[in-house]
Ligand binder design. Structure first.
Ligand code: GDP
Ligand code: IMO
Ligand code: MG
Length: 430
């Protein structure tokens, strides 16, 4: 394959935590520019860099390469206090952050959004979503309602008044939901302090990205969450509030459609989910616990144990259609060496009928039963130091081929451990 992609989207193909941080960081080494296009600090992207492990929440995974520009796009919701904390952590670790640019059009995720996130969740009682309680839903709600604050408002001379007025309006809502009002006096100084750190990085990013593209720079778009958490295409309402899918890279960055040339789907070798909602291939036996422990499947942000399921090709086919990825990165393959057999879901049984698509109705998704093809695993074989595809045990290759044939994609990256060196590159695409 000709090494010609100039704009590549990295998209989570399942319910998040597929290993996007690792791959975005790897691909960033070949890019000039890295753009996060949606979500906020609900994300937790693990990156191992120079022997250290980092957990990025809002900042793109290319930040460790000081010669690469990292942009937080207009599609993001940004909590200034949490961003300042994340920035300070990286500064303390020795990174200048001179390479960080923040869109003036990004939406602000404020104290009241976080408060309302928690309050709304508690009102939903047994139908709660299991959000990260970072204020994501409320801030995107305000964006859609055209009333949210944006990064450009944060920089205005009268931001203090803007925040005061907004807080008054939101405190009425907080009271309605039975919460405790947020004090302006107790919170404004933290925002002003965060602004000092953030303001020098804020830019009008549409013209900025346009100029970089004109200079023929290679741009990597880093998605957060996963397609099944997409506001339109996910398991609604058990989703996040942003356009996670590859199309979100366009609306969330301002790059024109014609300038994004391809997309790589990040696929965990099994499935995990945090939070509530349907999950057809979920299983609960001791194998699930074993996988959870071996792969340390606990949320980066909330430390919640992740739910475990087998790979679901029906779900992945849907995700492949929505994003149009021709390439895949298969992650955490090493983990499957703890099981004797691997189940792969190839269809669903719904009310006695076999179907090969994801039903829209939540009730139908809960009723759908997985139909599995069982493949042999490579139990006991440590693949975590293998360097080439050819070296992989035959069972691992068969698993990869099975996925490729079903999804009609090429798995170009195989990840066999969390570190950068534990990555098998089958084909360079970027
Ligand atoms: P993201 O949200 O998609 O960036 O993924 P997370 O960082 O939330 O979760 C992925 C987890 O898997 C992290 O702990 C990574 O260090 C780890 N990881 C990534 N790739 C591999 C792999 O190939 N093998 C193993 N064992 N762990 C991996
Ligand atoms: P990364 O980028 C996994 C889930 C939450 C909840 C739902 C809505 O690390 O893959 P929200 O706080 O966004 O309103 O929560 O979405 N969720 C994630 N699950 N990985 C993530 O990000 C997630 N971000 C949100 O658990 O079910
Ligand atoms: Mg994560």
């Amino acid at each position: 394959m000709e090494n010609s992609i100039k704009g590549l989207v990295v998209v989570g193909s399942q319910w998040g935590d597929e290993g996007k941080g690792k791959i975005a960081n790897y691909l960033a080494s070949k890019a000039d520019v890295i753009v996060r296009y949606q979500g906020g600090d609900n994300a937790g992207h693990t990156v191992k860099f120079n022997g250290n492990e980092y957990h990025l929440r809002s900042i793109p995974s290319g930040i460790f390469y000081e010669d690469k520009i990292n942009i937080m796009g207009n599609g993001m919701v940004i909590n200034p206090l949490s961003l300042a904390k994340e920035m300070n952590e990286l500064i303390e670790a020795g990174y200048s952050l001179d390479n960080l640019v923040i869109s003036s059009r990004a939406t602000l995720d404020m104290s009241y959004d976080i408060e309302l996130d928690g309050l709304k969740e508690s009102k939903l009682k047994d139908k709660f979503i299991g959000t990260t309680k970072k204020g994501i839903g409320p801030s995107y709600t305000d964006k859609a309602e055209r009333s949210s604050l944006r990064m450009c408002d944060f920089l205005e001379d009268d931001f203090e008044q803007i925040y005061k007025d907004k807080l008054e309006e939101k405190n009425a809502l907080i009271e309605f939901y039975g919460g405790t009002k947020i004090s302006y006096v107790n919170t404004i100084n933290d925002y002003l302090k965060a602004r000092e750190l953030i303001a020098p990085h804020v830019k009008e990013t549409v013209s900025f990205i346009h100029n970089l593209r004109e200079e023929n720079k290679k741009i990597l778009f880093e998605g957060a969450q996963g397609t099944m958490l997409d506001i339109d295409f996910g398991t609604f309402p058990y989703v996040t509030s942003s356009s996670v899918n590859a199309g979100g890279a366009i609306s969330g960055s301002g790059i024109g459609l014609g300038y994004v040339s391809d997309c790589i789907g990040i696929i965990k070798a099994y499935t995990t989910r945090v939070g509530e909602g349907p999950f057809v291939t979920e299983f609960f036996d001791e194998k699930a616990s074993l996988i959870r422990e071996v792969a340390h499947e606990y949320g980066v942000n909330t430390h919640r144990p992740r739910r475990i399921g087998w790979l679901d090709l029906v779900q992945l086919k849907y995700s492949q259609s929505v994003n149009g990825f021709k390439y895949g990165a298969l992650m955490l393959l090493d983990v499957l060496s703890v099981v004797e057999e691997i189940n792969v879901c190839i269809a669903y049984e719904l009310d006695g009928k076999t179907i090969d698509y994801l039903p829209t109705s939540l009730k139908e998704q809960y009723r759908a039963k997985p139909i599995y093809k069982t493949l042999k695993s490579f139990k006991g074989v440590d693949i975590s130091s293998l360097k080439t595809y050819e070296d992989l045990p035959k069972e691992a290759k068969e698993y990869i081929s099975f996925i490729e044939n079903y999804l009609k994609i090429k798995i170009v990256i195989i990840s066999v451990g969390p570190a950068k060196e534990q990555t098998i590159i089958r084909e360079e695409i970027f």
